[in-house]
Design a binder for this molecule. Structure first.
Ligand SMILES: *Cc1c(COP(=O)(O)O)cnc(C)c1O
Length: 359
């Protein structure tokens, strides 16, 4: 990323962009072309919606956490008719319920967050894709915090628009957005009469991608970084990367549960990229986050919504190893003790070590 800048229209950069696409396609599980934008994840969420909507069209948005709610806000800002699939935070959307709602409504698309980072829950995209496959409704998916850490099979599952961004499991700094769309989505994107769009216009992106370019200046250094990160993922092996995320998050959940902080979500569909933990009565999430940072320089997250103070969230995204989470648990334990939370030394670490042996 720190190399001298290349021309974003020159042959050296075009080769990197092409390679990035080739390396990212198996991570997304797609043969679709991939568009790269200078954008955070939210920009890509917006792009995913405005490219498929015509004025007054209806969306069904699953709201099982903060990012589902963000999709609702974006859709409303553009005048879409929004129905929500209201799901208690900590649960996953039920494909049968999606099927029932779609049969009863006239939806342009169903919108689902793959990995709800606010609650640590994964949606069953294979199940939801299967019920939408033979309907006119598209499946729009945000996998910003999932892609590269949990399985994604865009083509097989029938995901029509898949958006993600560089800064989570793709192991890069923030600022690079990625999206790929199915042929079914493309037929909707290119029809006349859709919403106004310019920078985000997938029709422009499609025309450019055929020349292995982007319509506007690509963030060259970020693409170079993504190229390197994808190289790391494939060097370890995509299957091994996904297994490592499952193993490490499982052990972290076990360790935290032993410390009295069980997963917030009561579901088997727990995320392998972010562990969202319930803070027990008598402790404050904010103090734990602050304590870990001040005492150990470890950055974890609290919550910035209605769960503020009630949960803490620990990322296992990207290059996170068993050694990392054992260290985190040791430090978490020490921080909890400093907050007068009674635990025997080693409780979390030993529960996690046992869990690591199981898997
Ligand atoms: C991080 C994240 C985003 C993106 O947020 P930005 O700050 O705009 O990059 C979107 N969706 C989910 C599920 C996320 O975890």
């Amino acid at each position: 990323m720190a190399r001298p800048m290349l021309s974003h229209r020159g042959p050296e950069f075009t080769a990197i962009l092409r390679r990035c696409e080739e390396l990212l396609q198996p991570v997304m599980g797609t043969r679709n072309r991939i568009f790269f934008f200078a954008s955070s994840g939210t920009g890509m969420m917006e792009a995913g919606l405005i490219n498929i909507l015509a004025p007054g069209e209806r969306l069904l948005i699953a709201t099982h956490g903060m990012f589902g709610e963000r999709f609702v806000e974006i859709a409303k800002a553009f005048g879409a008719q929004v129905d929500t699939l209201d799901i208690p935070w900590g649960c996953a959307p039920d494909p049968a319920e999606v099927q029932r709602r779609v049969a009863a409504g006239d939806y342009r698309a169903v919108v689902v967050v793959h990995n709800e980072s606010s609650t640590g829950v994964v949606a069953d995209l294979a199940g939801i894709g299967a019920v939408l496959r033979d309907t006119p409704a598209l499946l729009v998916v945000d996998s910003v915090s999932g892609l590269g850490g949990i399985e994604m099979r865009q083509d097989e599952w029938g995901v029509d628009i898949l958006v993600s961004a560089s800064q989570k499991c793709l192991i890069c700094p923030p600022g690079l957005g990625v999206v790929s769309m199915s042929p079914k989505a493309w037929s909707v994107v290119q029809r006349p009469g859709g919403l106004p769009r310019f920078y985000w216009d997938f029709r422009k992106a499609q025309a450019s991608v055929e020349k292995m370019e982007t319509p506007f200046t690509t963030p060259v250094a970020l693409v170079a970084g993504l190229h390197e990160a994808l190289g790391m993922i494939h060097e370890e092996g995509l299957t091994q990367v996904l297994t490592r995320h499952r193993r490490v998050s499982y052990a972290l959940q076990a360790g935290c549960t032993a410390l009295g902080l069980p997963p917030f979500a009561q579901t088997p569909d727990l995320s392998a990229t972010v562990v969202c933990l319930q803070v027990p009565e008598g402790l404050s999430g904010k103090e734990i986050v602050r304590g870990l940072y001040q005492r150990h320089g470890t950055v974890i997250a609290g919550s910035r919504n209605k769960l503020a103070g009630k949960v803490i969230r620990i990322g296992t995204m990207g290059r996170c190893t068993a050694g990392d989470i054992l260290t985190d648990l040791h430090h978490l334990e020490e921080t909890l003790q400093s907050l007068n939370w009674p635990i025997a030394p080693g409780t979390g670490v030993s529960a996690a070590s046992e869990a690591l042996h199981e898997r």
